[in-house]
Design a protein around this ligand. Structure first.
Ligand SMILES: [Zn+2]
Length: 369
C-alpha cells in the first residue's frame, strides 16, 4: 500500500513581528503590550459575562500563538496535532503598507525566514512554502515572488485581494500568472467575507475583489493555472446557506452565496483550474460537516468534479480562536467522511493541486484533466 501522508494545504506561521502594531485597531494596543491583560479582563468578566469571558479566552489563546518569536515555533505547535510525516503548505501574509501602522519585520525577511525553515534538515519536504504578493508593491513585489520561487524553490503563490486589489490586476495577469502557469505552480487565495481588510477599503469593494466570479477572467486567460479559493466561500456564507435556504431557481441568489457559487462553478466543468479548501470553515464542525459530506458523496458528474477539487487545510493558527483543536477536527473529519473521502481530500487532491501527480483520467465528460 502506498504511504499515507496528509498534506495540510493551508497554515500560517507569520508572527507578531509581521503584523502591524496597531492592527486590528489602536484600542487593542494595550492588550498586545501588556501580557496577561486579556486573561485578567476575562477573569473579571467571568461571573457576570461568561460569553465575553469565553471570547477573551479564545483571544488569549490566539495571542499566545501570534506572540511567538519565530515561524519555527508555530510550526512545531501545529505539528503536534498531526502524524509526523504530515506536510504543511505555509502561507505568508504581507500586512505592511495596508494602513494599520508599521511592521517590525518586512516581507523579504518573512519570506527568508520561511525559506530557512523549509530548508531545515529535520523538516525536509514537510514545509511547502508559498510566496505572497500585493500589487501595491509594484514591480518590486513581482521580483520578490520570482526571487523566492526561482532562488528558494517556493511552491506557489498566496494572494489576499481583501487587502485592496482585484485578482485580475495587471501585474498578476501579465507577469505572475504566466510565470506560475508555465512552471505548473498553484495559487492560493482568500475567499471569505471575514479576515483582514486594507484600511480604507470598503467592505463592498473588498467583497467584489474576493467573490468567486472575480476569478472568471483569470481562469479564462489561464486555463491550466490551478487556483484554490480558500475557506470554501467562508463561514458566513455557509451559515446563510444552512439557515436561510434559497428559493429554487434563483440564479442570482446562487451567485451571491459564495459556497453555492463555488460548487456551481466547479460542478459546471467550465473551470478545471478551480479548487477550494475547507480551512477554518470546517472548524464550525457540527454545523457544516454534514453538508460537506453530502456534497462530496453525491452521485453524478457535478459531485465527481467537486470530489476532485476539495483540499484539506486548517488555517492554523487562526483556528486557535475556535473551540476545537486541529487534532479534534482532523480526527472527526476522517471519522465522518470515511477513509476514501478523507484521503482523497487530504492526500490525493493536494498532490494534484501542487503539481506532484497527474490527475487520474476522469470518466466525467468535461472534467478537463
Ligand atoms: Zn488563512
Amino acid at each position: 500500500m502506498p504511504e499515507r501522508r496528509i498534506t495540510n494545504c493551508h497554515v500560517h506561521s507569520f508572527t507578531h513581528r509581521h503584523v502591524p502594531v496597531l492592527y486590528p485597531h489602536w484600542a487593542v494596543w494595550p492588550f498586545k503590550k501588556v501580557p496577561g491583560l486579556v486573561r485578567l479582563v476575562a477573569f473579571l468578566c467571568r461571573p457576570f459575562f461568561p460569553v465575553v469571558a469565553e471570547t477573551l479566552d479564545r483571544l488569549h489563546r490566539f495571542q499566545e500563538e501570534a506572540g511567538a518569536e519565530t515561524q519555527g515555533e508555530l510550526l512545531e505547535k501545529v505539528r503536534r496535532h498531526y502524524p509526523s510525516n504530515t506536510r504543511f503548505v505555509v502561507l505568508p501574509m504581507d500586512m505592511e503598507g495596508i494602513g494599520h501602522g508599521p511592521v517590525r519585520a518586512g516581507l523579504a525577511a518573512q519570506h527568508d525566514e520561511l525559506a530557512a525553515l523549509a530548508a531545515r534538515e529535520d523538516l525536509k519536504g514537510l514545509v511547502l512554502p508559498f510566496a505572497t504578493f500585493n500589487p501595491a508593491r509594484g514591480q518590486a513585489g513581482v521580483d520578490e515572488v520570482k526571487r523566492m520561487v526561482e532562488g528558494h524553490g517556493f511552491r506557489g503563490l498566496k494572494i489576499y485581494p481583501r487587502l485592496g486589489f482585484p485578482p485580475d490586476h495587471d501585474l498578476l495577469m501579465t507577469q505572475l500568472y504566466p510565470f506560475l502557469q508555465e512552471r505548473g505552480l498553484p495559487v492560493m487565495t482568500h475567499c471569505s467575507r471575514g479576515g483582514v481588510q486594507g484600511r480604507g477599503v470598503v467592505t463592498a469593494v473588498a467583497d467584489r475583489y474576493t467573490a468567486p466570479e472575480a476569478y472568471v477572467p483569470v481562469m479564462e486567460a489561464f486555463p491550466r493555472l490551478r487556483i484554490c479559493l480558500a475557506h470554501f466561500g467562508g463561514a458566513a456564507d455557509w451559515r446563510a446557506y444552512v439557515e436561510e435556504g434559497m428559493a429554487p431557481g434563483d440564479a442570482e441568489a446562487r451567485r451571491r452565496n459564495w459556497q453555492v457559487a463555488i460548487r456551481d462553478m466547479i460542478g459546471s466543468g467550465k473551470y478545471p483550474g478551480l479548487w477550494t479548501d475547507i480551512s477554518y470553515t470546517l472548524f464550525h464542525f457540527d454545523d457544516n460537516l454534514p453538508f460537506l459530506k453530502l456534497f462530496l458523496e453525491g452521485t453524478g458528474d457535478k459531485a465527481e468534479r467537486l470530489r476532485r477539487r476539495v483540499l484539506f487545510g486548517s488555517d492554523y493558527y487562526m483556528t486557535r480562536q475556535e473551540r476545537l483543536s486541529e487534532r479534534a477536527v482532523c480526527f472527526r473529519l476522517r471519522n465522518a467522511l470515511g477513509e476514501d473521502l478523507f484521503w482523497r481530500i487530504a492526500q490525493v487532491n493536494p498532490e494534484v493541486w501542487l503539481g506532484e501527480r497527474e490527475e487520474e483520467v476522469a470518466e466525467v465528460a468535461g472534467a478537463g484533466v
